[in-house]
Design a protein around this ligand. Structure first.
Ligand code: SF4
Length: 313
């Protein structure tokens, strides 16, 4: 039995920064620290921060005046940022800089009254945050989730039309949607550089390479983690039996009965400690030898904390 452990896997720079902001705020200001939405989509990370005094809320009305408030890594609509500004709150923004870059693209289109098509999944907080950057009354912003949506979306005046994407989508599926949009709206322009972030792309590339050699793929990540779900779907589409698991406790030994090789990866918000536990459990159950495979470790691994929190040291 072979166990292929994907490289890269687990925490990305945006998640490391977002978790670091909540930890530093707790150290500097003490509990409670309010966080709008789960700071990252991982049960263990969120439960750990909650135990240390983070309070996760969805609506700013739940935050008392004078509190510390942190926006999650997924970003917030402008209306939420403005509401927070209008209140006596100390606000820190844990939005991933790569999401902030997409926000800037949408705001620039909005200022020029140009319409935007956002490719993403309805209801995801990152999508709500990005849609909420658009305020032009002369243009429109429309959400497209599937190829079928791309075939039917209507844009009243498509001159100067742009598209942007959620950062954690399937690269293959998104390319298919973009092709349809380019056929329907020949003048449509996209971002200078892909909106799907480096962490999402690299983790999908590694899964693609390993999936060709294994019968079962385990993806460590929580059910509400977009990038983890895309990893599981990718492994499934390549013929693997793929399981999205929160931790080693979710593993069923019968999964490995008929296979000679297992792949393991982790979404961008899954902590190393949890991944290590999964690897140990699979090795115990199968007697397999662990080998790292896929790609190369990421070199871009750091986004700075806000200055006020860096001083914590
Ligand atoms: S998955 Fe990508 S966009 Fe999301 S926090 Fe990580 S680096 Fe940023």
């Amino acid at each position: 039995m072979k166990i292929y452990l994907a490289v890269p896997r687990g925490f990305c720079a945006g998640v490391t920064r977002a978790v670091g902001i909540v930890e530093a705020a707790l150290r500097k200001f003490g509990a409670p620290v309010y966080v709008r939405h789960e700071v990252v989509h991982n049960r263990f990370v969120v439960d750990g921060l909650r135990e240390r005094g983070a309070v996760f809320i969805e609506d700013l009305s739940e935050v008392p005046d004078g509190s510390v408030l942190i926006f999650s890594a997924h970003g917030v609509p402008e209306s939420v940022r403005n509401e927070a500004k209008s209140r006596p709150l100390r606000v820190f923004d844990a939005t991933c800089p790569l999401v902030t870059r997409v926000h800037a693209e949408v705001r620039a289109c909005s200022r020029r009254d140009e319409s935007v098509i956002m490719i993403g999944h309805a209801g995801h907080p990152e999508v709500e945050g990005t849609l909420g950057q658009y305020s032009s009354e002369k243009g429109v912003i429309r959400l497209v989730g599937t190829a079928a949506d791309a075939e039917t979306v209507e844009i009243p005046s498509p001159e100067g039309l742009h598209y942007v994407t959620q950062t954690t989508l399937s690269v293959t599926e998104t390319n298919g949607i973009i092709e349809i949009l380019k056929r329907r709206f020949p003048g449509i322009e996209g971002p200078y550089k892909d909106d799907i972030c480096y962490a999402t792309q690299n983790r999908q590339d590694a899964v693609r390479k390993i999936a060709a050699k294994v019968g079962v793929f385990l993806v460590v990540g929580s059910k509400n983690s977009s990038n983890s779900n895309r990893l599981r779907e990718l492994a499934t589409s390549m013929g693997c039996k793929a399981y999205l698991i929160d931790s080693a406790a979710d593993i069923d030994g019968t999964w490995f009965w008929d296979v000679s090789a297992v792949g393991i990866t982790a979404g961008a918000s899954a902590p190393d400690l949890i991944v290590d536990g999964v690897v140990r459990r699979v090795a115990e159950l199968t007697g397999g030898k662990v080998e790292e495979a896929g790609g190369v470790p990421e070199t871009r691994s750091h986004f700075d904390l806000p200055r006020e929190l860096q001083e914590q040291g």
